[in-house]
Design a protein around this ligand. Structure first.
Ligand SMILES: *Cc1c(COP(=O)(O)O)cnc(C)c1O
Length: 409
């Protein structure tokens, strides 16, 4: 008698993007001639760096000849790519070994899968608001109680509130927690942690034998000096932190699929001496995963080195120029905005204490612009919307012009 995983019934979120699509479709039906301008989705829109395309073409040529064909590669990823990542981190003064890198098909799956190596009774803390996979994957794994509708939170979870008052950077938890998800630069708020703020969490984790899962998917979007791109820039972090990152946002690999996770050999927790967590993750990957696409890995190598790196930087500059146009446009209409300086996301406060979804409807109805309601990322996101700079320049310009012309607040 098969029975289903009842934890799925606890999931309260996951309705965010379908609900946006539903409302947008309903609106389009009654306004069939209107051109909808989408600034809602965190998905890249510009072409891959040419050097990445060349490298992937060359890999396909190699695969089409039996003399140079290769099948399954190492589950942990190709050595040449892991060694290139070691050099990449070395540029920020972070010293890691190739055997601490695990190449994957993206950071989202790693964020969900990493909890496999931790006990189900671990208490989890997340930033609120947060990228939904951190919460949802732990709900499915059974690390929470039921969703409390009144509080907008899962019982048993610790929420680290990110608000205007704390600049959207929370303090470490007051209580004892075991796993802490952090994302900086942050999706959705666009806030970036200073080394000092990150050190607060590292110190907390060392003291409590907790493990931080640090998502640095937007590290390449840091444009101002002095912010850490890797948690390992903080001393002691290799003992208490796992880092996940991806080529998705830095080089446009959202559809190509390639990411990496670092589990340092020095990482420890309550009942694991240095080395054990690294070998558990290795075991997990070898058991459940057969390695990332070799074509994608060839592209990833090209994205980190030489022309490919510069072309990736150009891609980011393009999105960051969009971010500037959005930020300045929203400020001109009198909105209070955060983010968009070291992050592709602008976190805009809804005017007149309007709830997120009401502001979503207002922007859609009066300006034909789609954004993402902040409440979809957690209860502390209420009253904000996330505006994404992923889009063609001409669409971004149209959307901002429409907001300037039509938004009455
Ligand atoms: C986009 C994004 C990622 C990247 O996920 P992939 O699976 O590598 O495409 C990871 N973390 C956050 C917070 C993101 O917004």
């Amino acid at each position: 008698m098969a029975t289903v995983n009842k934890n799925f019934e606890k999931l309260a979120s996951g309705y965010l993007f379908p609900e946006i699509a539903r409302r947008t479709a309903v609106w389009q039906k009654s306004n069939p001639n209107a051109d909808i301008l989408r600034l809602g989705i965190g998905n890249t829109t510009e072409a891959l760096p040419p050097a990445v395309c060349t490298a992937m073409h060359e890999k396909i040529d190699a695969l089409s000849d039996r003399a140079t064909y290769s099948g399954y590669g190492d589950e942990q990823g190709d050595t040449y790519l892991r060694e290139e990542l070691v050099r990449y981190y070395d540029r920020y003064g972070v010293c890691l070994q190739a055997s601490e890198f695990f190449i994957s098909d993206g950071a989202k799956s790693d964020a969900a899968n990493l909890q496999d190596i931790f006990s189900t009774d671990n208490v989890v803390a997340v930033q609120d608001p947060a990228y939904p996979v951190y919460v949802d994957s732990n709900v499915v794994a059974g690390r929470t109680g039921l969703f409390d509708k009144n509080r907008g939170r899962y019982n048993g979870f610790v929420y680290l509130e990110c608000s205007e008052e704390n600049g959207f950077i929370p303090s470490p938890p007051k209580e004892k927690v075991d796993l802490i998800y952090l994302c900086s630069p942050n999706n959705p708020t666009g806030a970036v942690m200073t080394k000092e703020q990150l050190k607060g969490f590292v110190d907390y984790a060392l003291e409590n034998k907790s493990v931080i899962i640090f998502d640095s998917a937007y590290s390449e979007y840091i444009t101002e000096e002095g912010y850490p791109r890797s948690i390992y820039e903080v001393e002691g972090a290799q003992k208490c932190a796992i880092e996940i990152n991806s080529f998705s946002k830095s080089s446009g690999f959202t559809g190509v699929r390639l990411g990496w996770t670092i589990v340092p050999k020095a990482l420890e927790c309550e009942d694991a001496k240095a080395g054990l967590l690294n070998s558990l993750w290795n075991r997990r990957q070898c058991t459940f995963f057969n390695g990332a696409s070799n074509i994608a890995q060839a592209g990833g190598f090209a994205a980190l080195s030489g022309d490919g790196y510069q072309q990736s930087r150009d891609l980011i500059d393009y999105y960051m120029e969009n971010a500037r146009l959005i930020r300045e446009g929203l400020e001109r209409v009198g909105l209070t905005v955060y983010g968009g300086v070291n992050s592709p996301y602008i976190w805009a406060k809804a005017p007149n204490n309007m709830p997120s979804w009401d502001f979503f409807d207002l922007l859609l109805d009066s300006c034909h612009v789609v954004v993402t309601p902040g409440a979809g990322f957690g209860p502390a996101g209420e009253g904000f919307v996330r505006v994404s700079s992923y889009g063609h320049r001409e669409n971004v310009e149209k959307a901002i012009a429409s907001i300037e012309e039509n938004l009455k607040i």
